[in-house]
Every structure is written in structure tokens, then in C-alpha cells.
Ligand binder design. Sequence first.
Ligand SMILES: Nc1ncnc2c1ncn2[C@@H]1O[C@H](COP(=O)(O)OP(=O)(O)O)[C@@H](O)[C@H]1O
Ligand SMILES: O=c1[nH]cc([C@@H]2O[C@H](COP(=O)(O)O)[C@@H](O)[C@H]2O)c(=O)[nH]1
Length: 380
Amino acid sequence: MPELSQIELSLLRLIREDPFAGQQEMAHRLGISRPAVAAHVMRLTERGHILGRGYVLPQEGRIVAIGGAVIDRKYHARAPLIAGTSNPVEGTRSFGGVARNVAENLALLGASTGFVSAVGTDESGRDLLRHLRERGVDTAHVLSLPDQRTAEYAAILEPGGDLAYGIADMAIFDALTPEMMDSVWPAVASASLVFADCNLPAATLAALIEKRPRSRFSLAVDAVSTPKVARLPRELKGIDLLFMNFDEACAWKNCIFTRDIKGMMDAANALHEAGAAAVVLSCGTLGVVVHTKDAVSHVPVVEANPVDMTGAGDAMIAGTLNFYSRNDTLVEAVRKGALIGSLTTETPASVHPELSTDFVEACLHRLGPSVTNGDHLVRN
Ligand SMILES: Nc1ncnc2c1ncn2[C@@H]1O[C@H](COP(=O)(O)OP(=O)(O)O)[C@@H](O)[C@H]1O
Ligand SMILES: O=c1[nH]cc([C@@H]2O[C@H](COP(=O)(O)O)[C@@H](O)[C@H]2O)c(=O)[nH]1
């Protein structure tokens, strides 16, 4: 994150004390010219330290999720699936999309959360936005597109809850272009943490990663699926926190790591060497590997009685982002994230309906003893 100069810090302090002071007065108080004040204000606005006219300062600790908003249809098989024939299932419908799931989980955990995505003006899109608003997510920057279908995902689940097939109808996300992101940039740039998923087109992900070093926010990215991980650039510099599952990491690297903790560590190391500052790599019951510049740690899975895995990875991400941005170390945050992921496998819903910080607190006994060393999220 670029450091602010002394003059920029003084200017922000002046604006905080007197948001209505004119540029001439600020110039006088800082001992610089009025055009110099204007240039600093422009730079601070571009980088998200000022939200626009009237010099409104951003709310600290805000997290903005950018990416998929989806209607999930889940078909739960009553007996092991047989290919090439009709299988009896129990069908349910819920709200999904990786970024949407992350945003809903974050809001339930009490984080100030914004969401950027695209939905159709159909009933599904309207329901989805209403539900998010009821949860307290700011949806002001979600596009509602009249001629497009809200995205859909169908998951065919084995009796134990494991995914047999996932089918994604998501053409609407082509509208999430770099230009669209520019049009909502002040809302994105003013976040302390931006979470993007690979439902975004490759060009939009690249633009976000490119802008990151000139912005105040930290950037977290999730791969979404093995086909969509290909949308990430080969060079991952600019990503502060990269979430992937084991299969996505193999697909990104185009090689097969061994499916054990050592293989997970090798995969995380490959992603770190490609430039991601920190990597959180999960592999179901094998747990999660956390790779930072200083250490590689393994977080074991929290034992659960799973009924449906959908949304568990997204819950783990949201829990990690929430507790990391509240100043837990990354490993501590991942431990709580993994706990929320495991709790989510125990409900048929993609987002745990009872989730709250009190609920997490009440379930902490399911974790082992805590680890206290490690990195904190650097914040300005
Ligand atoms: N069998 C399981 N028992 C308990 N928790 C699980 C299980 N499978 C997944 N989880 C939880 O879901 C998280 C993500 O699962 P994983 O399968 O690694 O990723 P994804 O859902 O993205 O494919 C894990 O970190 C863990 O918290
Ligand atoms: O191409 C995509 N497939 C699937 C999803 C979403 O992924 C979620 C499940 O994620 P997981 O089980 O990996 O946590 C579902 O809500 C689904 O809508 C998505 O956003 N994009």
C-alpha cells in the first residue's frame, strides 16, 4: 500500500476537522498553493482516501465484495448417483455466488459490507438484492440489467453432500467490465479490503490487480472453480491474499501436486512464488495451508457432520476476512474461518442462517488450542 506523504496526511486531518473548508483556506493553512491542494485532493480521491465532492472520508474497516450473484439450485441425491439415467433427488433453491455468499457472511458477522455485481431485473434478481439489503449489505453498486437473466448455478450432490456436478449459467457477468468497475471506483477504492472472485472477466481481474498498488485497500481474490482459475494472470503480484482449493491450484499450475499436506504446501508455495503475498489453500478434510512471506502453517479441519458442502469455502473466506480485518493474525483468522466453513457444511443452506459473532464465539470450543504468532493485516 503506498505511503501517504506528510502533506497528504495533514490535508486529510484538515478535512476531517473541517470538511467544509475551501481549497484556498486549506492552501493557506498548509502553506502551499491552491492548485497544489487541488492536485493532492485529486490523487487522494483516485486512491480512495476521499470519496468525492464535499470531501467525504471513507468509513474505516469497510469490505467490498466484487463478483458473482447467483441463484443456486441444489439437487440432493437420495442414493449414490448413476450416470446416464434419471436419479431421484430432493431439490432446493437458495441465493449463491461466491462474492454474494462472502458478502452475506460478512454482514452476518457485523462487517460493514458493500457488494458490486450484476443481476437481471427478473424476479430472481430482485429477490436476491432484497435479501442482501435485509442482511445489511450495501447493494447500491449492483447493476440491474433489463435484458439479461440473473446467473444460475445447479449443484448435483451425492447423498453425503459432496458435489458430483456443478453447472454454471453466468453470461451476465460479462457486463462486469473494467469500464463498469471504473464507474463505481470511488466505492471500491475507499474500502479497507476488496474481495474479488473469478466470476469477473480476466480483464477486470487484471485491472483490479494493476490498480491495487496505487490504492489504499488490500486485495483478496478467490479462484471460484477449476475452469475460472484460468482467468487469473500468471503473475500474481498485487494480490495480498489468494484463496484457492487444492484442485484449483493444480489447474492454475497445470500440474498434479500430491493430495496430502506436503502437496498442499508445495501448491501454496508455487502460488506465493508467482507473487501472491499470502495464500490460503484448502483441501476439504485435509484442512487449510496458510503461506505467508514468513511462515507456512497447517490448520486442521474442524470435525463436522456435513449435509451439504455448498458455500462452505465461501464461509471460510468470509470468516478469514472478517477476523483478519479485525486484527487477528492471518492464521488465527483462518482457524475461525475454517470453523465457520465446517459449521456451514452442517446446514443445507449456502450461508449458515444462525451465523453471528456470538454464534462463532459459542462454537470456539470446537477448535483446538490457539496459535498467537503471525502477521496482522497491515492497515493505514
Ligand atoms: N468434510 C468436511 N468436514 C468439515 N468441514 C469441511 C469439510 N469439507 C469442507 N469443509 C469446510 O469447508 C472449507 C472449504 O472446503 P474445501 O473443500 O477445501 O473448499 P471448496 O468448498 O472451495 O471446494 C474447509 O476449509 C472447511 O472449513
Ligand atoms: O462459476 C461459478 N460456480 C459456482 C459459484 C458459486 O459457488 C458457490 C459454492 O461455492 P463453494 O461450495 O465452493 O463454497 C455457490 O453458491 C455457487 O453459486 C459461482 O459463483 N460461480
